[in-house]
Design a protein. Structure first.
Length: 574
Protein backbone atom coordinates (compact mmCIF):
# COMPACT_ATOMS: atom_id res chain seq x y z
CA UNK A 1 0.00 0.00 0.00
CA UNK A 2 1.48 3.33 -1.06
CA UNK A 3 1.95 5.95 1.64
CA UNK A 4 0.00 9.16 1.34
CA UNK A 5 2.29 12.22 1.27
CA UNK A 6 1.61 14.77 3.97
CA UNK A 7 2.63 18.35 3.29
CA UNK A 8 2.62 21.09 5.93
CA UNK A 9 1.59 24.62 4.96
CA UNK A 10 4.01 26.94 6.74
CA UNK A 11 3.36 30.10 4.77
CA UNK A 12 1.63 31.63 7.77
CA UNK A 13 4.55 31.12 10.12
CA UNK A 14 6.66 34.13 9.12
CA UNK A 15 3.74 36.57 9.56
CA UNK A 16 2.88 34.95 12.89
CA UNK A 17 6.43 35.32 14.22
CA UNK A 18 6.53 38.93 12.99
CA UNK A 19 3.25 39.76 14.78
CA UNK A 20 4.55 38.08 17.93
CA UNK A 21 7.72 40.13 17.82
CA UNK A 22 5.94 43.46 17.18
CA UNK A 23 2.73 42.62 19.12
CA UNK A 24 0.71 44.17 16.29
CA UNK A 25 -0.95 43.36 12.99
CA UNK A 26 -3.18 40.63 14.32
CA UNK A 27 -6.31 41.91 12.61
CA UNK A 28 -7.74 44.72 10.51
CA UNK A 29 -9.88 47.37 12.13
CA UNK A 30 -12.91 46.04 10.28
CA UNK A 31 -12.26 42.52 11.52
CA UNK A 32 -11.91 43.79 15.07
CA UNK A 33 -15.28 45.58 14.88
CA UNK A 34 -16.99 42.45 13.57
CA UNK A 35 -15.50 40.35 16.36
CA UNK A 36 -16.59 42.90 18.94
CA UNK A 37 -20.12 42.99 17.53
CA UNK A 38 -20.32 39.18 17.59
CA UNK A 39 -19.17 39.10 21.20
CA UNK A 40 -21.72 41.77 22.14
CA UNK A 41 -24.56 39.73 20.63
CA UNK A 42 -23.55 36.71 22.70
CA UNK A 43 -23.14 38.67 25.90
CA UNK A 44 -25.64 38.01 28.70
CA UNK A 45 -25.32 40.72 31.41
CA UNK A 46 -26.88 38.40 34.01
CA UNK A 47 -28.80 35.15 34.20
CA UNK A 48 -32.20 36.88 34.29
CA UNK A 49 -31.68 38.71 30.99
CA UNK A 50 -33.98 37.24 28.32
CA UNK A 51 -32.18 36.96 25.01
CA UNK A 52 -35.34 35.62 23.37
CA UNK A 53 -36.86 39.12 23.32
CA UNK A 54 -34.67 39.89 20.31
CA UNK A 55 -36.50 37.22 18.32
CA UNK A 56 -40.20 37.87 19.07
CA UNK A 57 -42.09 39.57 16.24
CA UNK A 58 -45.46 41.22 15.78
CA UNK A 59 -46.07 41.94 19.46
CA UNK A 60 -44.43 43.29 22.59
CA UNK A 61 -44.55 41.01 25.64
CA UNK A 62 -46.15 42.67 28.66
CA UNK A 63 -44.07 43.30 31.80
CA UNK A 64 -45.84 40.60 33.83
CA UNK A 65 -45.18 38.05 31.08
CA UNK A 66 -41.45 38.87 30.99
CA UNK A 67 -41.26 38.75 34.79
CA UNK A 68 -43.01 35.36 34.80
CA UNK A 69 -40.52 33.93 32.30
CA UNK A 70 -37.60 35.25 34.36
CA UNK A 71 -38.95 33.69 37.56
CA UNK A 72 -39.53 30.31 35.92
CA UNK A 73 -35.99 30.23 34.52
CA UNK A 74 -34.33 31.58 37.64
CA UNK A 75 -36.26 30.61 40.74
CA UNK A 76 -38.17 27.55 39.56
CA UNK A 77 -35.53 25.94 37.34
CA UNK A 78 -37.95 25.37 34.47
CA UNK A 79 -40.70 23.55 36.38
CA UNK A 80 -43.77 25.67 37.10
CA UNK A 81 -47.54 26.00 37.10
CA UNK A 82 -48.54 29.09 35.10
CA UNK A 83 -51.86 29.95 36.72
CA UNK A 84 -52.70 33.42 35.38
CA UNK A 85 -56.37 34.34 35.21
CA UNK A 86 -58.12 33.81 31.89
CA UNK A 87 -56.95 36.21 29.19
CA UNK A 88 -53.61 37.31 30.68
CA UNK A 89 -51.45 35.42 28.19
CA UNK A 90 -50.22 32.12 29.63
CA UNK A 91 -49.45 31.00 26.05
CA UNK A 92 -47.12 33.97 25.58
CA UNK A 93 -45.33 33.20 28.85
CA UNK A 94 -44.83 29.57 27.84
CA UNK A 95 -43.55 30.68 24.41
CA UNK A 96 -41.03 33.05 26.00
CA UNK A 97 -39.73 30.30 28.29
CA UNK A 98 -39.44 27.78 25.46
CA UNK A 99 -37.68 30.26 23.16
CA UNK A 100 -35.24 31.34 25.89
CA UNK A 101 -34.24 27.78 26.64
CA UNK A 102 -33.77 27.14 22.90
CA UNK A 103 -31.61 30.26 22.46
CA UNK A 104 -29.45 29.18 25.41
CA UNK A 105 -29.06 25.70 23.94
CA UNK A 106 -30.77 24.02 26.89
CA UNK A 107 -33.82 22.75 24.97
CA UNK A 108 -33.72 20.97 21.65
CA UNK A 109 -36.81 18.76 21.92
CA UNK A 110 -40.17 19.96 23.25
CA UNK A 111 -43.69 18.53 23.31
CA UNK A 112 -46.72 20.79 23.72
CA UNK A 113 -49.88 18.87 24.69
CA UNK A 114 -53.15 20.79 24.27
CA UNK A 115 -56.86 20.14 23.58
CA UNK A 116 -57.33 19.08 19.96
CA UNK A 117 -59.15 22.33 19.09
CA UNK A 118 -56.06 24.35 20.09
CA UNK A 119 -53.35 22.46 18.17
CA UNK A 120 -53.34 24.80 15.16
CA UNK A 121 -53.59 27.92 17.32
CA UNK A 122 -50.56 26.93 19.41
CA UNK A 123 -48.58 25.95 16.31
CA UNK A 124 -49.36 29.26 14.61
CA UNK A 125 -48.42 31.39 17.61
CA UNK A 126 -45.13 29.59 18.24
CA UNK A 127 -44.14 29.94 14.58
CA UNK A 128 -45.31 33.48 13.96
CA UNK A 129 -44.53 35.16 17.27
CA UNK A 130 -41.41 33.30 18.39
CA UNK A 131 -39.95 31.77 15.19
CA UNK A 132 -40.11 28.38 16.87
CA UNK A 133 -40.38 25.63 14.20
CA UNK A 134 -43.33 23.89 15.84
CA UNK A 135 -45.25 21.25 13.86
CA UNK A 136 -48.78 19.93 14.48
CA UNK A 137 -48.80 16.17 15.08
CA UNK A 138 -50.89 14.32 12.49
CA UNK A 139 -49.25 10.94 11.85
CA UNK A 140 -47.80 8.27 14.10
CA UNK A 141 -44.28 8.54 12.63
CA UNK A 142 -44.06 12.24 13.50
CA UNK A 143 -43.36 11.54 17.20
CA UNK A 144 -39.84 10.44 16.35
CA UNK A 145 -39.09 12.81 13.46
CA UNK A 146 -39.84 16.28 14.87
CA UNK A 147 -38.14 18.06 17.76
CA UNK A 148 -40.87 20.64 18.48
CA UNK A 149 -44.29 19.03 18.27
CA UNK A 150 -47.78 20.30 19.17
CA UNK A 151 -50.25 17.48 19.78
CA UNK A 152 -53.61 16.63 21.27
CA UNK A 153 -53.25 15.09 24.71
CA UNK A 154 -56.13 12.73 23.89
CA UNK A 155 -54.21 11.42 20.88
CA UNK A 156 -50.88 11.19 22.70
CA UNK A 157 -52.20 9.02 25.54
CA UNK A 158 -53.77 6.43 23.18
CA UNK A 159 -52.04 3.46 21.60
CA UNK A 160 -50.04 3.28 19.40
CA UNK A 161 -48.97 6.88 20.09
CA UNK A 162 -48.58 6.39 23.84
CA UNK A 163 -45.56 4.07 23.67
CA UNK A 164 -43.72 6.35 21.24
CA UNK A 165 -44.22 9.37 23.51
CA UNK A 166 -43.19 7.51 26.66
CA UNK A 167 -40.08 6.09 25.00
CA UNK A 168 -38.72 9.55 24.18
CA UNK A 169 -37.02 11.97 26.58
CA UNK A 170 -38.17 15.58 26.14
CA UNK A 171 -36.19 18.59 27.22
CA UNK A 172 -39.41 20.54 27.84
CA UNK A 173 -43.03 19.45 28.25
CA UNK A 174 -45.85 22.03 28.12
CA UNK A 175 -49.41 21.02 29.02
CA UNK A 176 -52.27 23.46 28.36
CA UNK A 177 -55.61 23.21 30.20
CA UNK A 178 -53.70 21.39 32.94
CA UNK A 179 -56.67 21.44 35.34
CA UNK A 180 -57.68 18.26 33.50
CA UNK A 181 -54.76 16.62 35.36
CA UNK A 182 -56.17 17.40 38.81
CA UNK A 183 -57.20 13.79 39.54
CA UNK A 184 -54.29 11.37 39.88
CA UNK A 185 -56.58 8.41 39.19
CA UNK A 186 -57.23 9.56 35.61
CA UNK A 187 -55.32 8.34 32.56
CA UNK A 188 -54.29 11.93 31.81
CA UNK A 189 -52.47 12.33 35.14
CA UNK A 190 -50.86 8.92 34.97
CA UNK A 191 -49.70 9.49 31.40
CA UNK A 192 -48.05 12.85 32.16
CA UNK A 193 -46.51 11.41 35.32
CA UNK A 194 -44.86 8.63 33.29
CA UNK A 195 -43.34 10.97 30.71
CA UNK A 196 -39.60 11.64 30.77
CA UNK A 197 -38.93 15.39 30.78
CA UNK A 198 -36.24 17.77 32.04
CA UNK A 199 -38.39 20.90 32.29
CA UNK A 200 -42.17 21.09 32.60
CA UNK A 201 -44.85 23.82 32.40
CA UNK A 202 -48.48 23.27 33.40
CA UNK A 203 -50.92 25.97 32.25
CA UNK A 204 -54.27 26.43 33.99
CA UNK A 205 -56.37 29.34 35.24
CA UNK A 206 -57.98 27.12 37.90
CA UNK A 207 -55.32 25.04 39.74
CA UNK A 208 -57.81 24.57 42.58
CA UNK A 209 -61.51 24.13 41.89
CA UNK A 210 -63.16 21.85 44.40
CA UNK A 211 -60.50 20.17 46.50
CA UNK A 212 -57.05 20.91 47.95
CA UNK A 213 -55.88 17.54 46.65
CA UNK A 214 -56.20 18.92 43.10
CA UNK A 215 -53.39 21.33 43.92
CA UNK A 216 -51.35 18.53 45.48
CA UNK A 217 -51.72 16.39 42.36
CA UNK A 218 -50.56 19.18 40.02
CA UNK A 219 -47.55 20.06 42.17
CA UNK A 220 -46.60 16.38 42.43
CA UNK A 221 -46.47 16.14 38.62
CA UNK A 222 -43.91 18.97 38.59
CA UNK A 223 -41.85 18.25 41.68
CA UNK A 224 -42.66 14.99 43.46
CA UNK A 225 -42.21 15.46 47.19
CA UNK A 226 -42.54 19.25 47.12
CA UNK A 227 -45.66 18.97 49.31
CA UNK A 228 -44.60 15.72 50.95
CA UNK A 229 -46.30 12.35 50.68
CA UNK A 230 -50.10 12.21 50.43
CA UNK A 231 -50.57 11.27 54.10
CA UNK A 232 -48.21 13.95 55.39
CA UNK A 233 -49.89 16.55 53.13
CA UNK A 234 -53.28 15.62 54.58
CA UNK A 235 -51.94 15.81 58.12
CA UNK A 236 -50.04 19.06 57.67
CA UNK A 237 -52.20 21.12 55.34
CA UNK A 238 -55.77 19.77 55.03
CA UNK A 239 -58.42 20.73 57.58
CA UNK A 240 -61.32 19.94 55.23
CA UNK A 241 -61.98 19.27 51.56
CA UNK A 242 -61.65 22.98 50.71
CA UNK A 243 -60.28 24.27 54.01
CA UNK A 244 -56.50 24.40 54.50
CA UNK A 245 -54.50 24.66 57.70
CA UNK A 246 -51.02 26.07 58.21
CA UNK A 247 -51.92 28.40 55.34
CA UNK A 248 -48.77 30.53 55.45
CA UNK A 249 -46.54 27.49 55.25
CA UNK A 250 -48.62 26.02 52.40
CA UNK A 251 -48.48 29.34 50.53
CA UNK A 252 -44.71 29.38 50.78
CA UNK A 253 -44.50 25.89 49.31
CA UNK A 254 -46.94 26.71 46.50
CA UNK A 255 -45.06 29.90 45.57
CA UNK A 256 -42.01 27.80 44.78
CA UNK A 257 -43.80 26.21 41.82
CA UNK A 258 -46.75 28.46 40.91
CA UNK A 259 -47.08 31.94 39.42
CA UNK A 260 -50.50 33.60 39.30
CA UNK A 261 -51.14 36.99 37.73
CA UNK A 262 -54.60 38.53 38.14
CA UNK A 263 -56.51 41.25 36.34
CA UNK A 264 -56.89 43.09 39.62
CA UNK A 265 -53.09 43.43 39.79
CA UNK A 266 -53.37 46.14 37.14
CA UNK A 267 -51.13 44.37 34.62
CA UNK A 268 -53.37 45.31 31.72
CA UNK A 269 -56.53 47.31 31.07
CA UNK A 270 -58.96 45.29 28.97
CA UNK A 271 -61.15 47.11 26.51
CA UNK A 272 -64.86 47.50 27.23
CA UNK A 273 -67.81 45.46 26.07
CA UNK A 274 -70.84 47.20 24.61
CA UNK A 275 -73.95 45.02 24.43
CA UNK A 276 -77.01 45.74 22.27
CA UNK A 277 -80.15 43.69 21.93
CA UNK A 278 -81.61 43.85 18.42
CA UNK A 279 -85.35 43.03 18.45
CA UNK A 280 -86.60 41.19 15.37
CA UNK A 281 -90.25 41.54 14.40
CA UNK A 282 -91.50 38.52 12.49
CA UNK A 283 -93.52 38.98 9.33
CA UNK A 284 -97.12 37.69 9.38
CA UNK A 285 -96.06 34.55 7.50
CA UNK A 286 -93.15 33.92 9.89
CA UNK A 287 -95.40 34.53 12.90
CA UNK A 288 -97.94 32.06 11.58
CA UNK A 289 -95.16 29.46 11.11
CA UNK A 290 -93.77 30.03 14.60
CA UNK A 291 -97.20 29.84 16.24
CA UNK A 292 -98.06 26.73 14.23
CA UNK A 293 -94.88 24.95 15.24
CA UNK A 294 -95.27 26.06 18.86
CA UNK A 295 -98.77 24.56 18.98
CA UNK A 296 -97.49 21.38 17.28
CA UNK A 297 -94.64 21.10 19.80
CA UNK A 298 -96.94 21.44 22.81
CA UNK A 299 -99.37 18.86 21.45
CA UNK A 300 -96.57 16.40 20.73
CA UNK A 301 -95.01 17.00 24.16
CA UNK A 302 -98.25 16.23 25.94
CA UNK A 303 -98.48 12.89 24.15
CA UNK A 304 -94.80 11.86 24.43
CA UNK A 305 -93.27 13.93 27.23
CA UNK A 306 -91.46 10.98 28.82
CA UNK A 307 -89.26 10.36 25.77
CA UNK A 308 -86.17 12.55 26.07
CA UNK A 309 -85.21 12.11 22.42
CA UNK A 310 -88.61 13.39 21.36
CA UNK A 311 -88.27 16.33 23.75
CA UNK A 312 -84.96 17.33 22.21
CA UNK A 313 -86.34 17.15 18.68
CA UNK A 314 -89.37 19.23 19.59
CA UNK A 315 -87.53 22.01 21.39
CA UNK A 316 -84.83 22.03 18.71
CA UNK A 317 -87.55 22.57 16.11
CA UNK A 318 -88.92 25.51 18.05
CA UNK A 319 -85.44 27.03 18.41
CA UNK A 320 -84.65 26.46 14.74
CA UNK A 321 -87.73 28.26 13.52
CA UNK A 322 -86.44 31.31 15.46
CA UNK A 323 -83.24 31.02 13.43
CA UNK A 324 -84.48 30.49 9.89
CA UNK A 325 -86.97 28.61 7.80
CA UNK A 326 -84.07 26.63 6.34
CA UNK A 327 -82.89 25.48 9.79
CA UNK A 328 -86.38 24.30 10.77
CA UNK A 329 -86.91 22.46 7.49
CA UNK A 330 -84.60 19.49 8.16
CA UNK A 331 -85.89 18.80 11.67
CA UNK A 332 -89.46 19.23 10.50
CA UNK A 333 -88.79 16.85 7.61
CA UNK A 334 -87.51 14.17 10.01
CA UNK A 335 -90.57 14.57 12.21
CA UNK A 336 -92.85 14.41 9.19
CA UNK A 337 -91.08 11.27 7.95
CA UNK A 338 -91.42 9.65 11.36
CA UNK A 339 -95.08 10.56 11.53
CA UNK A 340 -95.97 9.26 8.06
CA UNK A 341 -94.30 5.84 8.20
CA UNK A 342 -96.76 3.27 6.89
CA UNK A 343 -99.29 5.96 5.93
CA UNK A 344 -100.44 7.09 2.51
CA UNK A 345 -101.40 10.65 3.45
CA UNK A 346 -100.15 13.38 5.76
CA UNK A 347 -102.11 14.31 8.87
CA UNK A 348 -103.95 17.66 8.80
CA UNK A 349 -101.48 19.12 11.36
CA UNK A 350 -98.46 18.19 9.26
CA UNK A 351 -100.07 19.39 6.05
CA UNK A 352 -100.73 22.74 7.70
CA UNK A 353 -97.08 23.08 8.85
CA UNK A 354 -95.84 22.33 5.34
CA UNK A 355 -98.08 25.03 3.92
CA UNK A 356 -96.97 27.52 6.57
CA UNK A 357 -93.34 26.76 5.77
CA UNK A 358 -93.87 27.34 2.05
CA UNK A 359 -95.60 30.66 2.73
CA UNK A 360 -92.44 32.23 4.23
CA UNK A 361 -90.72 33.98 1.33
CA UNK A 362 -88.56 36.61 3.09
CA UNK A 363 -86.86 36.13 6.45
CA UNK A 364 -86.75 39.11 8.80
CA UNK A 365 -83.76 37.93 10.81
CA UNK A 366 -81.61 37.45 7.73
CA UNK A 367 -82.56 40.88 6.42
CA UNK A 368 -81.63 42.48 9.75
CA UNK A 369 -78.26 40.72 9.71
CA UNK A 370 -77.54 42.06 6.22
CA UNK A 371 -78.57 45.57 7.22
CA UNK A 372 -76.43 45.50 10.37
CA UNK A 373 -73.34 44.17 8.57
CA UNK A 374 -73.60 46.97 6.02
CA UNK A 375 -74.08 49.51 8.78
CA UNK A 376 -71.03 48.25 10.73
CA UNK A 377 -68.92 48.37 7.54
CA UNK A 378 -66.09 46.58 9.30
CA UNK A 379 -65.09 43.03 10.13
CA UNK A 380 -67.77 41.11 12.00
CA UNK A 381 -68.23 37.52 13.14
CA UNK A 382 -71.76 36.11 13.06
CA UNK A 383 -72.49 33.16 15.33
CA UNK A 384 -75.33 30.78 14.51
CA UNK A 385 -76.31 27.47 16.03
CA UNK A 386 -77.29 25.79 12.77
CA UNK A 387 -75.48 24.71 9.64
CA UNK A 388 -78.50 25.43 7.41
CA UNK A 389 -78.66 29.01 8.71
CA UNK A 390 -74.92 29.37 8.14
CA UNK A 391 -75.29 28.38 4.48
CA UNK A 392 -78.27 30.71 4.11
CA UNK A 393 -76.34 33.68 5.54
CA UNK A 394 -73.29 33.01 3.36
CA UNK A 395 -75.48 33.02 0.24
CA UNK A 396 -77.38 36.14 1.28
CA UNK A 397 -74.18 38.06 2.07
CA UNK A 398 -72.55 37.07 -1.20
CA UNK A 399 -75.64 38.20 -3.10
CA UNK A 400 -75.08 41.64 -1.55
CA UNK A 401 -71.41 41.54 -2.64
CA UNK A 402 -70.26 41.12 0.96
CA UNK A 403 -67.34 38.69 1.12
CA UNK A 404 -68.08 36.10 3.82
CA UNK A 405 -66.40 32.84 4.83
CA UNK A 406 -67.77 29.90 6.84
CA UNK A 407 -66.17 28.31 9.90
CA UNK A 408 -67.49 25.08 11.39
CA UNK A 409 -66.52 21.95 13.25
CA UNK A 410 -66.52 19.67 10.23
CA UNK A 411 -63.57 21.48 8.67
CA UNK A 412 -60.11 19.91 8.86
CA UNK A 413 -57.44 21.78 10.82
CA UNK A 414 -55.85 23.23 7.69
CA UNK A 415 -59.16 24.49 6.35
CA UNK A 416 -60.02 26.16 9.66
CA UNK A 417 -56.65 27.89 9.59
CA UNK A 418 -57.24 28.91 5.97
CA UNK A 419 -60.69 30.37 6.76
CA UNK A 420 -59.23 32.41 9.61
CA UNK A 421 -56.48 33.81 7.36
CA UNK A 422 -59.00 34.77 4.66
CA UNK A 423 -61.20 36.46 7.25
CA UNK A 424 -58.27 38.44 8.65
CA UNK A 425 -56.86 39.54 5.29
CA UNK A 426 -59.72 39.62 2.78
CA UNK A 427 -63.27 38.85 3.96
CA UNK A 428 -65.49 41.22 5.91
CA UNK A 429 -67.61 38.53 7.60
CA UNK A 430 -67.05 35.14 9.16
CA UNK A 431 -70.20 33.08 9.74
CA UNK A 432 -69.38 30.53 12.42
CA UNK A 433 -71.21 27.67 14.04
CA UNK A 434 -70.28 26.68 17.59
CA UNK A 435 -66.80 25.48 16.50
CA UNK A 436 -65.94 29.18 16.12
CA UNK A 437 -66.33 29.56 19.87
CA UNK A 438 -63.25 27.41 20.53
CA UNK A 439 -59.60 27.45 19.58
CA UNK A 440 -59.49 30.53 17.37
CA UNK A 441 -58.24 34.03 18.21
CA UNK A 442 -59.86 36.93 16.38
CA UNK A 443 -58.54 40.04 18.11
CA UNK A 444 -58.42 41.84 14.75
CA UNK A 445 -62.25 41.83 14.81
CA UNK A 446 -64.30 43.75 17.38
CA UNK A 447 -67.91 43.18 16.31
CA UNK A 448 -69.93 40.07 17.20
CA UNK A 449 -73.46 39.26 16.10
CA UNK A 450 -75.12 36.51 18.13
CA UNK A 451 -77.60 35.60 15.40
CA UNK A 452 -78.67 32.66 17.58
CA UNK A 453 -77.82 32.43 21.27
CA UNK A 454 -76.79 29.13 22.86
CA UNK A 455 -78.70 28.20 25.99
CA UNK A 456 -75.54 27.38 27.92
CA UNK A 457 -73.86 30.51 29.41
CA UNK A 458 -70.45 28.81 29.14
CA UNK A 459 -70.72 28.76 25.37
CA UNK A 460 -71.74 32.42 25.28
CA UNK A 461 -68.56 33.42 27.11
CA UNK A 462 -66.46 31.17 24.84
CA UNK A 463 -67.82 33.02 21.81
CA UNK A 464 -67.03 36.45 23.19
CA UNK A 465 -63.62 35.28 24.37
CA UNK A 466 -62.53 34.73 20.76
CA UNK A 467 -62.59 38.50 20.26
CA UNK A 468 -62.49 40.14 23.69
CA UNK A 469 -59.11 38.93 24.92
CA UNK A 470 -55.51 39.98 25.40
CA UNK A 471 -54.35 41.83 22.29
CA UNK A 472 -57.74 43.42 21.54
CA UNK A 473 -57.04 47.13 21.17
CA UNK A 474 -60.63 48.36 20.67
CA UNK A 475 -63.89 48.11 22.56
CA UNK A 476 -65.96 45.11 21.54
CA UNK A 477 -69.60 45.48 20.49
CA UNK A 478 -71.91 42.49 20.90
CA UNK A 479 -75.26 42.43 19.09
CA UNK A 480 -77.80 39.90 20.35
CA UNK A 481 -80.70 39.12 18.02
CA UNK A 482 -84.01 38.42 19.76
CA UNK A 483 -87.14 37.51 17.79
CA UNK A 484 -90.02 39.13 19.64
CA UNK A 485 -92.57 37.00 21.49
CA UNK A 486 -90.61 33.76 21.06
CA UNK A 487 -88.55 31.47 23.29
CA UNK A 488 -85.45 33.22 21.92
CA UNK A 489 -86.55 36.50 23.48
CA UNK A 490 -86.84 34.75 26.86
CA UNK A 491 -83.30 33.36 26.61
CA UNK A 492 -81.85 36.76 25.67
CA UNK A 493 -83.63 38.27 28.67
CA UNK A 494 -82.23 35.59 30.99
CA UNK A 495 -78.64 35.88 29.79
CA UNK A 496 -78.52 39.62 29.22
CA UNK A 497 -80.86 41.27 31.70
CA UNK A 498 -81.09 38.75 34.53
CA UNK A 499 -77.60 37.32 34.96
CA UNK A 500 -75.69 39.98 32.98
CA UNK A 501 -73.75 37.31 31.15
CA UNK A 502 -72.17 39.69 28.66
CA UNK A 503 -70.54 42.06 31.10
CA UNK A 504 -69.51 40.03 34.15
CA UNK A 505 -66.48 38.06 33.05
CA UNK A 506 -65.20 35.97 35.95
CA UNK A 507 -63.96 32.92 34.06
CA UNK A 508 -65.86 30.64 36.45
CA UNK A 509 -69.22 30.16 34.75
CA UNK A 510 -68.73 26.39 34.72
CA UNK A 511 -68.14 26.45 38.49
CA UNK A 512 -71.34 28.46 39.01
CA UNK A 513 -73.36 25.97 36.98
CA UNK A 514 -71.77 23.11 38.92
CA UNK A 515 -72.73 24.86 42.17
CA UNK A 516 -76.32 24.94 40.88
CA UNK A 517 -76.19 21.28 39.85
CA UNK A 518 -76.61 22.29 36.19
CA UNK A 519 -73.11 21.77 34.83
CA UNK A 520 -74.27 19.12 32.37
CA UNK A 521 -78.03 19.74 32.28
CA UNK A 522 -78.53 23.48 31.91
CA UNK A 523 -80.01 23.15 28.40
CA UNK A 524 -82.26 20.25 29.44
CA UNK A 525 -83.47 22.30 32.39
CA UNK A 526 -84.31 25.25 30.16
CA UNK A 527 -85.98 22.91 27.69
CA UNK A 528 -88.35 21.58 30.34
CA UNK A 529 -89.19 25.10 31.48
CA UNK A 530 -90.18 26.01 27.93
CA UNK A 531 -92.24 22.88 27.34
CA UNK A 532 -93.95 22.55 30.71
CA UNK A 533 -95.00 26.20 31.10
CA UNK A 534 -98.55 27.04 30.09
CA UNK A 535 -97.78 30.51 28.71
CA UNK A 536 -95.12 33.23 28.41
CA UNK A 537 -95.89 34.57 31.88
CA UNK A 538 -95.11 31.24 33.51
CA UNK A 539 -91.92 30.91 31.43
CA UNK A 540 -90.77 34.33 32.62
CA UNK A 541 -91.50 33.46 36.27
CA UNK A 542 -89.51 30.22 36.11
CA UNK A 543 -86.59 31.88 34.32
CA UNK A 544 -86.61 34.62 36.95
CA UNK A 545 -86.26 32.00 39.70
CA UNK A 546 -83.42 30.34 37.76
CA UNK A 547 -81.68 33.70 37.36
CA UNK A 548 -81.92 34.34 41.12
CA UNK A 549 -80.32 30.94 41.78
CA UNK A 550 -77.50 31.82 39.39
CA UNK A 551 -76.86 35.10 41.24
CA UNK A 552 -76.72 33.33 44.60
CA UNK A 553 -74.37 30.67 43.23
CA UNK A 554 -72.21 33.39 41.65
CA UNK A 555 -71.78 35.11 45.02
CA UNK A 556 -70.81 31.80 46.64
CA UNK A 557 -68.31 31.06 43.88
CA UNK A 558 -66.77 34.52 44.15
CA UNK A 559 -66.30 33.99 47.90
CA UNK A 560 -64.67 30.65 47.18
CA UNK A 561 -62.41 32.26 44.57
CA UNK A 562 -61.31 34.87 47.11
CA UNK A 563 -60.39 32.13 49.60
CA UNK A 564 -58.39 30.34 46.92
CA UNK A 565 -56.60 33.54 45.88
CA UNK A 566 -55.46 34.13 49.46
CA UNK A 567 -54.08 30.59 49.52
CA UNK A 568 -52.31 30.89 46.17
CA UNK A 569 -50.69 34.30 46.51
CA UNK A 570 -51.32 35.56 50.02
CA UNK A 571 -53.04 38.77 48.94
CA UNK A 572 -56.58 39.88 49.52
CA UNK A 573 -58.56 40.21 46.25
CA UNK A 574 -59.64 43.70 45.33
Amino acid sequence: MESIPIRMDRTWLNNFLKNMDQDAGWSTWEGYRLALEAADHQRIPDFDTLRCLEYVTGFDPLPHQIETAQRVLGEMKGRAILADEVGLGKTIEAGLILKEYMVRGLVKSALILVPSSLVIQWTRELNQKFQIPATPQKKEWMWEQYDILVASIDTAKRDPHRSKVLNRHYDLLIVDEAHKLKNRRTKNWQFINEMKKKYSLLLTATPIQNDLHELYNLVTLLKPGQLGQQTSFNTTYVAGKRKPKNEEQLRDEVRRVMIRNKRSDGHIAFTKRHVRTIPITLSPAERALYDGITQFVREQYQSAHSQLKSLLSLITLQREVCSSRDAAFLTLFKLLKRGTEGKDTLSPEITQLVELLRAVETQSKVEEALRLVQEINDKVIIFTEYRATQDLLIRALNERDIYAVPYRGGFARNKKDWMREIFQNRAQVMVATEAGGEGINLQFCHHIINYDLPWNPMRVEQRIGRVHRLGQSQDVTIFNFATENTIEEHIVWLLHEKIDMFRSVIGEVDTILEQMGLNEDVEKNLMRIMLESQDDTEIKEKLNILGDKFTIAEEEVRSEIERREVLMDGTQPS
